[in-house]
Design a protein around this ligand. Structure first.
Ligand code: FUC
Length: 849
């Protein structure tokens, strides 16, 4: 089916800066339906103007108004641009969890940069721990106790780091490039990404032909699919090529298939397959390319398979390379319309669960310009809603339930062979931030790859525990990072390397998945993992001089302190964050045992240890103390990006405004001292923290700071955080944690369920806080489908800054307290029966969900 729509335009030129071409004309836009890939009829051949195949060699005139490029699009869910991407941070991401592509959208020289979440260089390093490091533990601890921090640092550097070179990196899978021969200059250009359907498109006219390319990465069919259509029969002539910077060899198979095989220099092998199905014209494959001449439409199907398997015992190998070829044959045999329909339906299952309406949305401004306008104060709350949903789009697209690995520091999207910080899973904030919104934003299944990965760290983490804390150390521990090969050792250097909070923090995710889903069988299955992490700490906490339990050695991630005597160092004992992580781990694990009705002896022991952990301390400036000494005000960098000591406020729950107001005030002071700038993820963390201090306007300021336009890709360690034109978060460089942290932050502005109390039988129960930190600029709006702990799903409507109504349901039924403003009610929720409340928290009705 072909449908037509008309609109009036005044075109803006794109190449050569802001050249504006004043044109007024009536233009007929041809939008091709999903079926068009197979359905456009063959017609007569037309003469073509061949254009050289260099990067954007033709002049491109863009379409100024938003086009209907993608059937079924909601303009509010669209990223759109007037020009192709001339940088990676302008290209648009698609992904099916495992297999992703960045689409540049050049009319003549198209590039799809490809990724597979399992493509890691290097190899497992089962001996990365410094053997017998534990023998130096007593002297390190004594040096710290004697306040000889410099010596402690030297000893740690010598004995308590990881000896192996940390060099494995996530890598690109390769490039699919397509060089087109077009009939003339390009006009009416536009590219789009529909985040509600997970479909990207490029459209333009050339020589009176309307071209459109539509692409998606299907989780149903395990393939990237692109459909290229022309409004005139026989007008598609192009050459497809598969390549990789290194270690990829492409050969043709038959007359329509390319196979690129390669490795990453270690055990990991990959195979990428591309098949071209054309309607009309001729298709020939030779060498590393496929030529299509005079087709009317073309479907390109690409699959990938690697030898990777998330299996420590099997050395992370065992993945079946043959599956790619079977998947390719299956997908390429289906019509494009069927592939598209199945993909869109599958994506909707997850994406549609949450709807967020914040009001006015300037949908007719291209997304890159809109980002700049928003930061400069344009009244466009709908843009925050778009950024929110884009983050959900990214999580669904990089962490499907059956992903072999979780979403890494760039999700699944990354170019090159040695990526920033190896593009790994930094456990001292970045990795966990990726999953902050998984439960609250109603994408619980997307949490599963992370949960599986955590379980796979138990065996290597047990070796690390023994190497650094002694042969009798029980349980397991993870240092500052992990990667595709389940690295658990400390890092090679200070200040980042000597930190052992990774396992405790990851276990918070194991608990949270239960707190939101109420799936006891699941909890039973992960309980031993949580208990192992807790056992390690119960055995390895030491008594401080005050008789309280602390960790030693201990660092506060990547920050250094200066004592009153002027000693600047990084290693101390009992830094606040590790105490908070261990407190949280023991608290959650003891509760898990209680909920499961098992292990009461362990539960008692864990609670006793938790209660002996040194309480959080308030320093001389009224701040929450980051270290065991009151050194915050001496800090070399008062605005350090890590706000580690505030873990207890978020994501932890040890500090709450109601339960521990004094500590909450100290946390506020610490946040004020740190300031409102930072790297991308730091801004997102502070957004969540201000939400938990219930200061919606301050939180909103952080979100605005995060939505600061940047194209900077160099690494900047402070105060340059922002958002790229394609809405990826900028540390800089690109780090996806900020995208996910912002989603979580917006959730926490609208709904919180952190405060926990015990039910009649000792079960965990939660306070559901409605609109706890609504920014005053979001006057009227609604959110549908947010999740709260206790297995609850919540819809909220507000008007003029006040709660209008709330609808709450619970998967298993639960008791809860519901709070709004100064009011609080007790609610008994029956399984799958929704309760409707008005703005005064009166129950209006009860009904089916
Ligand atoms: C930690 C942070 C950096 C960066 C990196 C991936 O080292 O301190 O800012 O986010 O991880």
């Amino acid at each position: 089916m072909i449908y037509l729509s008309e609109f009036i335009y005044s075109a803006a030129g794109y190449r050569g800066g802001a050249r504006k071409v004043a044109l007024a004309a009536v233009l007929t836009v041809v939008a091709l339906s999903p079926g068009a890939c197979a359905a456009v009829a063959q017609g007569t051949e037309h003469p073509m103007i061949a254009v050289p195949n260099t990067n954007s060699p033709v002049s491109i005139t863009s379409s100024p108004g938003r086009l209907e490029l993608i059937e079924g699009s909601d303009p509010k869910m669209l990223l759109w641009y007037r020009q192709p991407a001339d940088k990676w941070v302008k290209a648009l991401p698609i992904g099916n969890g495992r297999l992703g592509a960045m689409i540049f959208g050049d009319p003549v020289h198209e590039r799809l940069q490809l990724n597979d979440v399992t493509v890691w260089s290097g190899h497992p390093e089962p001996n990365a721990d410094r053997q017998n490091a534990y023998m130096h533990l007593p002297e390190i601890r004594s040096a710290i106790r004697a306040a000889d921090y410099k010596n402690a640092e030297t000893l740690c550097q010598r004995y308590f780091t990881g000896p192996a070179l940390y060099s494995s990196s996530y890598q690109t899978l390769g490039d699919l490039t397509v060089d087109y021969t077009l009939p003339g200059p390009v006009t009416d250009y536009q590219r789009q990404l529909d985040i509600a359907q997970a479909v990207a498109a490029v459209g333009f006219r050339s020589g009176n032909v309307t071209y459109r390319r539509e692409a998606f990465s299907s989780a149903v069919d395990h393939a990237v699919v692109q459909c290229i259509t022309a409004s005139r029969a026989g007008a598609v002539t192009c050459q497809f090529r598969l390549s990789r910077i290194e270690r990829g060899t492409t050969t043709a198979q038959g007359n329509n298939t390319l196979v690129m095989v390669g490795d990453t220099g270690g055990p990991l092998k990959f195979e990428v397959r591309l098949r071209i199905v054309a309607n009309g014209g001729t298709v020939t494959a030779a060498g590393d390319s496929i030529d299509v001449t005079g087709a009317t439409s073309v479907m390109a199907v690409l699959t990938s398979a690697t030898t990777y398997a998330l299996d420590y015992d099997a050395g992370f190998s065992g993945g079946d390379l043959a599956v790619g070829s079977a998947q390719l044959a299956d997908a390429a045999a289906k019509p494009y319309s069927a592939l598209r329909a199945a993909h869109v339906a599958d994506f909707h299952r997850y994406f549609d669960r949450v709807k967020l309406d914040l009001g006015r949305a300037l949908v007719d401004i291209p997304t890159d310009e809109r980002l700049q306008a928003y930061h400069n104060g344009a009244e466009d709350p709908g843009f925050a809603a778009l950024f929110y949903q884009f983050g959900r789009y990214l999580l669904i697209s990089s962490s499907r339930p059956d992903n072999p690995l979780p979403s890494n520091s760039q999700g699944i999207w990354g170019d090159g062979l040695d990526m920033p910080w190896k593009c790994d899973y930094k456990s001292n904030i970045n990795y966990e931030m990726n999953y902050w919104p998984a439960e609250s934003a109603n994408l619980s299944e997307m949490h599963e790859p992370m949960i599986r990965m955590t379980r796979e760290l138990v065996k290597p983490g047990a070796k690390t525990a023994k190497a650094y804390f002694g042969p009798d150390a029980p349980g397991w521990v993870v240092g500052y990072t992990t990667n595709g090969w389940a690295w658990t050792s400390p890092g090679a250097g200070l200040p980042w390397g000597v930190w052992f909070g990774g396992s405790g923090w990851m276990c918070r995710d194991l608990w949270e998945h239960y707190a939101y889903t109420r799936d006891k069988e699941y909890l039973r299955s992960v309980y031993p993992t949580m208990k192992g992490a807790a056992d390690f700490w119960i055995a390895n906490l030491v008594e401080g001089a005050d008789g309280k339990l602390i960790t030693s050695p201990s660092t506060s991630p990547e920050n250094s302190f200066t004592t009153d005597q002027g000693i600047t160092a990084t290693v101390t004992e009992g830094a606040a964050m590790e105490r908070e992580i261990v407190w949280d781990l023991l608290d959650n694990t003891a509760l898990a045992a209680d909920v499961l009705g098992i292990d009461s002896e362990f539960s008692q022991k864990a609670k006793a240890a938790r209660d002996r952990i040194r309480p959080l301390q308030i320093g001389k400036a009224g701040q929450l103390m980051e270290w065991d000494g009151d050194w915050d005000m001496n800090a070399h960098d008062m605005h350090h990006r890590h706000v580690s000591h505030l873990y207890a406020l978020f994501p932890g729950h040890q500090i709450t405004l109601n339960g521990t107001p004094g500590l909450a005030a100290a946390a506020r002071k610490s946040l004020e001292l740190r300031g409102d700038d930072g790297t991308g993820w730091a801004l997102a963390w502070k957004l969540n923290l201000w939400a938990h201090l219930r200061d919606g306007d301050h939180a909103y300021a952080l979100l605005s700071n995060q939505l600061r336009y940047t194209e900077e890709s160099k690494t900047v360690m402070a105060n340059a955080g922002g958002t790229y034109p394609n809405l990826f978060d900028a540390h800089p460089p690109f780090q996806i944690d900020g995208n996910f942290g912002a989603v979580s932050g917006i959730d926490e502005l609208l709904l919180q369920s952190t405060e926990r109390y015990r039910g009649k039988r000792g079960e965990d129960r939660y306070v559901i806080n409605l609109l706890p930190a609504l920014p005053s600029l979001w006057r009227t709006g609604s959110v549908h489908g947010l999740c709260a702990r206790g297995g609850c799903v919540v819809d909220i409507t507000w008007r003029d800054g006040q709660l209008a109504s709330a609808r709450i349901s619970s998967v298993n039924g639960t008791d809860a307290k519901v709070r709004y403003g100064g009011r609080e009610i007790d609610l008994h929720l029956v399984r799958n029966r929704a309760v409707l409340l008005n703005g005064a928290l009166n129950v209006i009705s009860r009904g089916d969900t």
